[in-house]
Design a protein around this ligand. Structure first.
Ligand code: SAH
Ligand code: SF4
Length: 348
């Protein structure tokens, strides 16, 4: 990111410390225009303004709920991108970033997947989501502390840009977010799990499982036909063996679909002996699917069975569902230019 500016500085024989000052201004001081880089001589600021642009997106709206802020951004070409800030009680500030505009994987329960895939986000577009949030937090003297790649899109189908973004998130000279505070969630793109493991980035990995057997998983996630559970679990084992890190398995409980005792027992069998933690999510309803939320008693029984079987498990608190900002609800309903009004009205 900003490689073009770095190259420009080199071509103009501008001393290297200027680029460091530039990175500091962008990543640490959250500037949004070259004019704000006051450590630069005015002439240099003007020169940069003429040749480069600092942002590839602009903020359309930030919608606030009790513990969550949903940001609607728009790329230069007119694509809408959503990111969600979760303000945890313990001061963690987590941003759920998008890696694509919609998603080709097409999981049956997900609003993002119900829309036709439109584009991979660039590394810059991924990083800018975090910069927008940092700017939003600046007045409270807070900063983004955690990143989850759980917004729109399948990160492992935009592998190279996501990896570049992770490097920038981690880089001390850039955002300096600890690798342990970055989680990548995948629906199970098996070859990329191996590639990701071999990069040894020290980040966390989450696998969206959602079903304990191939039949049910293929119904919910058509991708399972291409990468069945046996292959997925082999790749997960490779990850845990190489990194010695446990994997978070995400399991969305959907009413009367995958939330019964037999599913919990089967899941416990699948994860037995594996370094794992199960995150149970409650299905968030949306207009693109007709599933229902699970009964509370079924959720608790499901959790108890896993616990009894020695599987680490927690029920993930859903944040932002009052502003359609919860898991699986990011649908960026309005995709093309000129339709913002309709979108904004839907917030009213
Ligand atoms: N594509 C990646 C990351 C984005 S989805 C993946 O699938 O892992 C982030 C999480 O939200 C996934 O675990 C996904 O299964 C879950 N999710 C999708 N739709 C949901 C819904 N309607 N309710 C609750 N969680 C949902
Ligand atoms: Fe894509 Fe993840 Fe939604 Fe599946 S759950 S459609 S992989 S964003």
């Amino acid at each position: 990111m900003f490689a073009d500016i770095k190259a420009y500085f080199a071509s103009k024989k501008i001393p290297a410390f200027r680029f460091k000052q530039f990175l500091n201004a962008v990543y640490k001081n959250n500037i949004s225009s070259f004019d704000e880089i006051t450590v630069f001589p005015k002439a240099l600021r003007e020169e940069l303004k003429e040749h480069f642009s600092l942002s590839s997106m602009f903020l359309v709206e930030a919608k606030q709920s009790a513990d969550t802020v949903k940001f609607l951004l728009k790329t230069k070409e007119g694509f809408f991108v959503e990111s969600v800030l979760m303000n945890h009680k313990d001061k963690r500030r987590t941003v759920c970033v998008s890696s694509q505009v919609f998603c080709a994987v097409g999981c049956k329960f997900c609003a993002t997947g119900a829309n036709k895939f439109e584009k991979n986000l660039s590394c810059q577009e991924i990083i800018e989501q975090v910069l927008f949030v940092n700017r939003h937090l600046k007045h409270k003297e807070e900063i983004v502390t955690n990143i989850v790649f759980m917004g729109m899109g399948e990160p492992f189908l935009n592998f190279d840009e996501v990896i570049k973004a992770i490097q920038i998130l981690k880089d001390e000279e850039c955002l300096g977010i600890g690798a342990r505070h970055i989680t990548v969630s995948t629906s199970g793109i098996v070859p990329k799990i191996y590639a990701f493991t071999d990069l040894n980035l020290h980040t966390r990995l989450a696998i969206s499982l959602h079903a304990p057997n191939d039949k049910l998983r293929s119904e919910l996630m058509p991708l399972n036909k291409r990468y069945p559970l046996s292959e997925l679990m082999k790749a997960c084992d490779y990850y845990t063996q190489q990194t010695n890190k446990r994997i978070s398995y995400e399991y969305v409980l959907i009413g009367d679909v995958n939330d019964k005792k037999k599913h919990a027992l089967e899941l416990a069998g699948l994860l037995k002996g594996r370094l794992s933690h199960v995150n149970l999510l409650i299905y968030n309803p949306h207009e693109f699917a007709s599933f229902v939320m699970p009964k509370k008693t079924d959720v608790l029984t499901f959790r108890d069975i896993l616990q009894e079987k020695g599987i680490e498990v927690s029920i993930r608190k859903s944040m932002g569902d009052d502003i359609s900002g919860a898991c699986g609800q990011l649908s960026g309903k309005v995709k093309r230019k000129g339709e913002e009004e309709e979108y904004l009205k839907s917030f009213a």
